[in-house]
Write a protein that binds this ligand. Structure first.
Ligand SMILES: N[C@@H](CCC(=O)N[C@@H](CS)C(=O)NCC(=O)O)C(=O)O
Length: 254
C-alpha cells in the first residue's frame, strides 16, 4: 500500500510528519497540498484545509501528532516514542510545548521574511517574540539538561520531529539563542543538524523557498488558526490582527 503525505515543505507541522516517516525509513509520495489549485482536493481530505494529511491505502490521518502516533501503531520499528512510559509522557509534553507554545511565536514573527508584504512588524512584536522564545527555550533547556546526550530519549523520535523545523529557523529569523543559557538546546540542535534525516529536511525546505512563487502558493493572505492567534492576542497585538482581517489579508480554516 502506498503512503502519501499531503504536505508543504514550508509547513513546520508537515515537516514534522515527514521527519517521522523518514526516521522510520518508510518510502512515501509527497504532494504539495498547499498549492492553490490543490485546495479542493485538500478540503476533501481535511475539512480545515491544513497540512499534513497522511494517507495509507484507504486510511486518511489528519494532524501531525496523530500521524506520528499512527506511524508508531502501524509501523512500530524503529520506534519514535521512548520505551519507558514516564519518558513517553515527558516526550509528549515536550512535543506539545513545541506545537502549542514555540510554533506560534516563530511563525507569527516570520511573516515579514517570506510573505508578500512591504510593511514592518507591529511595534513590539519582535521584542515580545524574543522574550517569549527565551521562556519556552528555558523550559526545554531544563528538561534536556539532565537527560542523555545527544538524544534526550536515546534516539531521535517525536521530540526531534516536533522541534527541529522551528528551532532551526530561530537564528535565521534574527532571534538570538544565548549559548550560556541554552547549552543543552544548542548541543541538541547541532546533533540534529548533523543527522542525515534532519540535514536533508533543512536542505529541502531551503530549496522549496527558492523555487516556490506567489503564483503557486498564497503569500498575501496569512492563514490564522488556534495557537498562532492566541499568542498575538495574549501579547496585545489584537488591533493589528483586526486590521489584517479588515484589510482582507487573513484567511481561516473553513
Ligand atoms: N494541528 C495541526 C496544525 C497544522 C497546521 O497548522 N498546518 C498549517 C501549515 S503549518 C496549514 O496547513 N495552514 C494552511 C495554509 O497555510 O493554507 C497539525 O499538528 O498538523
Amino acid at each position: 500500500m502506498e503512503l502519501c503525505l499531503y504536505t508543504s515543505w514550508f509547513s513546520p507541522f508537515a515537516r514534522k510528519a515527514a521527519l517521522g516517516l523518514e526516521l522510520k525509513g518508510l518510502p512515501y509520495r509527497a504532494v504539495d497540498a498547499l498549492k492553490r489549485d490543490f485546495r479542493p482536493q485538500l478540503l476533501e481530505l481535511n475539512v480545515r484545509a491544513e497540512v499534513p494529511v497522511l494517507t495509507d491505502g484507504d486510511l486518511a490521518i489528519v494532524n501531525s501528532s496523530d500521524i506520528l502516533q499512527y506511524l508508531e501503531w502501524r509501523y512500530p520499528e524503529p520506534a519514535l516514542y521512548p520505551a519507558a512510559i514516564e519518558d513517553r509522557v515527558a516526550a509528549r509534553a515536550l512535543e506539545r510545548l513545541a506545537d502549542h507554545r514555540f510554533d506560534p511565536i516563530v511563525v507569527d514573527c516570520s511573516y515579514w521574511h517570506w510573505a508578500d508584504r512591504s510593511d514592518q512588524p507591529p511595534p513590539g512584536l519582535r521584542a515580545a517574540g524574543q522574550r517569549d522564545l527565551e521562556i519556552v527555550l528555558g523550559r526545554l533547556e531544563a528538561a534536556l539538561a539532565p537527560r542523555p546526550k545527544p538524544w534526550p530519549f536515546g534516539a531521535p523520535g517525536i521530540l526531534e520531529c516536533a522541534w527541529f523545523p522551528n528551532l532551526v529557523a530561530v537564528r535565521p529569523l534574527g532571534f538570538t539563542i544565548d549559548e550560556a543559557k541554552f547549552g543543552a538546546v544548542l548541543g541538541w540542535l547541532a546533533a540534529m543538524r548533523s543527522h542525515p534525516v534532519f540535514a536533508a529536511d533543512a536542505k529541502r525546505t531551503a530549496a522549496f523557498l527558492k523555487t516556490s512563487s506567489s503564483g503557486d502558493h498564497e503569500r498575501k493572505k496569512l492563514f490564522w488558526s488556534g495557537d498562532r492567534m492566541e499568542w498575538l492576542l495574549a501579547r496585545g497585538f489584537h488591533h493589528w490582527l483586526v486590521a489584517e482581517i479588515e484589510a482582507g489579508r487573513a484567511a481561516f480554516p473553513d
